[in-house]
Structure formats: structure tokens, C-alpha cells
Design a binder for this molecule. Sequence first.
Ligand SMILES: [Zn+2]
Length: 322
Amino acid sequence: MKLRTNAPDYTHYRMLISFAHPDDESFGMGGAIAYYAQRGVSISLICATNGDVGTVDAAMLDGYDSIGALRLEELRCAARLLDIRDVITYGYRDSGMMGTPENEHPDCLWQADEDTVVGRITHDIRRRRPHIVVTFDPFGGYGHPDHIFMHRATTRAFHAAGDPNEYPEQITGGLAAYTPAKLYYTAFPRLPLRLLVWQTRLRGDDPRRMGKNHDLDLQAAVDNLLPTHTRLNVARYQSAWDAAARCHASQQNPRHTNSFLDRLQRVIFRHQDFTRAWPKPNGRDRLERDLFAGIMPEIRSDIRSDIGADAGADVAGNTGGG
Ligand SMILES: [Zn+2]
């Protein structure tokens, strides 16, 4: 569904989002994805792991071989509702948190060869030629090893994709070197995050051990916040955002709540913030209101037309670990 809007024509713009788990897209930036998808931006999503380590109620696993299979089905549901037509899964095992046995598993992303993952992301950038690449900040939002790994690998791939000497076999294989216009990191909005920490303490909960998997450290997230360079008002996209978040029913849905404080929090979270990593801000930039701000039509280069066709196959064919 295209939104009736006076906004510029976005239908030639492409965005690549590079994340780690099935649910990062919905819980992390579902509002921004709905905002751009409804304007016609074609959105590709890399999901590097199958989310195998998430805590899941046994009853929810009925009909699934594994937690990973269930979570990839939840991802398909969210992608449908957010109108992400190109979902690319890498099939690594979820690495769990630092110091856990999952973090030592040979198939997990944390143990993967970083150059190999950088090569895969570089390939996806060269093939899809996005104008914008979005990934996690250096701290991975709240310190999850898979988020940190994808931050590093995606940042390296963003710069490698434009250099024909990097992964030259991709160039001889028919892909052209390509540098996207901008690289962004997702950022929690500062004030709402502080309020959330305060509210959590008030409830008697530990802000360092939040979420269903007790691996969400809100205090560290506050301590590691980077400056916001772009702020999107996603208030009109809350319902699409909610619907996508509800797909991830096996994980606690942070948006499915009814208390007054929680509803207040949703009003505060009507913005999604981003840190611009490239081109580097010069300190005099005004707050951007659009990730595509300043991107000229002439760099909306053509793209291979066969991308959409293999998107479903990517999700369907890659449900195993490793
Ligand atoms: Zn995640």
C-alpha cells in the first residue's frame, strides 16, 4: 500500500538493513521501516543468525523443528507486514551473551571468520546497490555480541564494497564496485531511554537485566549512546510497527502493553533516531529529518531486476544452523 503523501518520490531509493536476529528489524526500527516501505523504498534485510538462543515457551515450539525455525517463521510474518520484500538470511547460530556456552559454539556468529562475513555483506551491497545502509552502533545497542559483530562486519563491508581490490573475485564474477551514499547506525532516543531506566528502577526491576532473555542492559545502552543526527517521526506508523512486533510472539513483545506508563512511553517513542557514520558529520550539520536527505537522483543507479525473485528462497532455504 502506498501512502498518499506530498513527500518526494522514494520509489527509486533502496535501503539495506544489516542486523543479527529475527526480531531486530521489528523491535529495533519497525517504525522507520514502515515509514519508508509505505513511501515505496525497496528495503533489503540481512538477518545473520536464526535466533536459536532466544528463550521460547515449549508450547510455542509445536510444529517446529527448532527455535531457529520458529523464529525465522516469525521473521517472515514481520517482513510481510513491514513490506520488506528481500530478506537475506545467513544461517549462523545465535551467539548468546558473552561468557555463555552458546558464545563458544563453533557455528555461532561470534566464532565466525569476520573476513568471510564481511565478504558476504560486501557481495550483498554490490548486488543490491542500496543508497543507504543501516546497522547497529559500535556497542550493538545493548551489548549483544551478535550486534557488535554485525556492526563491525557491516561497517567494513560498507567501505570495502566500493574498492575493486577488496574481494576481487566478486568483481571478476560480474559485480561492480559500489559505494552506498550513507551509512547509519540505529540509536536509542536519549531522553526516552533515560526515562525507561528510571521507570524500570521505580518498578523494582534491574535495568541491567531486562527482556525475556535477561540480556538487555539498559544502563549500558544509555552510557554508550552516540549523538543523534537523524530523527524520524514515526507516530503514524505505530500500528504497522505493532503488528510486525506481534509476529515475534515467542519473544517478549516490548510494544504490547497496556499500563499508563507503558502507553506514555509509546507516545515518547514516536521518534526513531539514527547516528550518521558516513559521510562523517562536520559538527555544524542540522538534525536531518530523512535518511535519504541530500541523496541526488543521479546516484540512484540501476539495479539488477532479479533481486525480488530470490528473496523468498533465501529465507526458505537457509533454516539450519551454521
Ligand atoms: Zn538482536
